[in-house]
Design a protein. Structure first.
Length: 141
């Protein structure tokens, strides 16, 4: 893809080739989305607003340190739906992959902490924050 002075260079997001071009463009820029998980006890859909990041071609979601129901829900059932909001709207089925391997977690969380401006609290975020990669349907196998 070529870019002109007026068009920002978009990050490549892996696993999205099967998606519509407008959706791929929306996923190339971090912003707020909604995510629906399945309640681990109730079995009911649970929807929450989150911010995603694009790191090394991965769509990544994290949160503040501490226990998060959305994370516990997706550990119990990794099937999620990402809901794009704004000018481009779409409901995207996906699989959530917890990032738990220490070296990968450190590398990804360094970028998340920098994006949020919380580098001074990096170790707390590293050890206590939820962190997942979102794998879109055709890339989740």
């Amino acid at each position: 893809m070529t870019s002109s002075a007026n068009t920002p260079k978009l990050r490549h997001v892996s696993g999205t080739a099967h998606l519509d071009e407008r959706i791929r463009r929306a996923l190339a820029r971090p912003h707020r989305i909604d995510m629906t998980t399945t309640g681990r006890r109730s079995g009911r859909p649970r929807r929450i607003e989150l911010v995603f990041h694009v790191i090394d071609g991965m769509v990544v979601i994290s949160g503040s340190p501490g226990r998060r129901d959305w994370y516990a829900n997706l550990v119990a059932d990794p099937r999620v739906t990402l809901h794009l909001k704004g000018p481009i709207q779409a409901d995207l089925p996906a699989i959530a992959r917890p990032i738990i391997e220490p070296a990968e977690r450190r590398r990804v969380m360094e970028t998340v902490a920098r994006n949020w401006g919380v580098e001074e609290r990096f170790e707390v975020f590293l050890h206590r924050s939820p962190l997942i990669e979102v794998l879109f349907e055709d890339n989740a196998a």
